[in-house]
Write a protein that binds this ligand. Structure first.
Ligand code: PXP
Length: 244
């Protein structure tokens, strides 16, 4: 069965918007685990816009499943990961101005550096995954890095699904998964997946885990808002006390 990794970055986004200590991404991770998440994913960005250094320390200590740390391939991040030793590191491309991870890694163009980082991470006992577009060249290069996994970027598929024509993108993902398996790479997938487009994704062969964040955190606003409002309404529904 395909595993579910839950990305809790956007709980931290909400926390940071008010500079408060809540909502707490660690608590979100524990709720996700209680409800079947097989792993927790968090992206420590260079600008720390959501998850912060302390969050990943606390996550590692608090969760009972496995921590998948998403990060850029930089010396700073590799050093943090080697110290923290999460279960898995997923290397992603990162640009400061982007809203979210906008494309896959250029593994082909950064082979030496990815080989070096992968070796350091593996020496620290961490599984390494590379976030890549479902492209033949990038998968072939990924196999040369020493990484154990690729995570196939499903963003283009998700957009094509919304536009009503996902078949071609789904075909690319299936081909990329087969190629990965042939080259000895295990296959994760993620980005842009939601309640509508995820079922079709399950036709991709060799899938180990899906990483899903934004749609789950968004859905939880509406599954939770009704009871949150009702609780406050009940709290204040007492006769007003007379002014002193
Ligand atoms: N996988 C990777 C590598 C990502 O960078 C992200 C976004 O942080 C996700 C999965 C989850 O994407 P989404 O938030 O669209 O579900």
């Amino acid at each position: 069965m395909v595993k579910l990794g839950v990305n809790i970055d956007h709980v931290a986004t909400l926390r940071n918007a008010r500079g408060e200590s809540f909502p707490d991404p660690i608590q979100a991770a524990l709720v996700a685990e209680e409800n079947g998440a097989d792993g927790i994913t968090a992206h420590l960005r260079e600008d720390r816009r959501h998850i912060r250094d302390n969050d990943i320390l606390e996550l590692k200590a608090a969760i009972k499943t496995r921590l998948n740390l998403e990060m850029a391939n930089t010396g700073e991040m590799v050093a943090i990961a080697c110290k923290l030793r999460p279960y898995m590191v997923t290397l992603v491309p990162e640009r400061r101005e982007e809203l979210t991870t906008e494309g896959g890694l250029n593994v082909l163009g950064n082979l030496d550096s990815l080989q070096r980082s992968t070796a350091l991470l593996k020496d620290a006992g961490i599984l390494v995954s590379l976030f890549v577009e479902p492209s033949e060249n990038q998968i072939a290069a990924s196999a040369q890095t020493g990484a154990e996994f690729v995570e196939l970027h499903t963003g283009k598929y998700a957009h094509a699904y919304t536009a009503g024509s996902p078949k071609e993108e789904l075909g690319r993902l299936i081909q990329a998964a087969d190629q990965s398996k042939e080259l000895g790479l295990q296959v994760n997938a993620g980005h842009g997946l939601n309640y509508e487009n995820t079922l079709d994704i399950l036709v991709i062969p060799h899938l180990v885990e899906l990483n899903i964040g934004h749609s789950l955190i968004s859905e939880s606003v509406f599954t939770g808002l009704g009871s949150a409002v009702g609780r406050m309404k009940a709290l204040i529904s007492v006769p007003a006390s007379s002014p002193v």
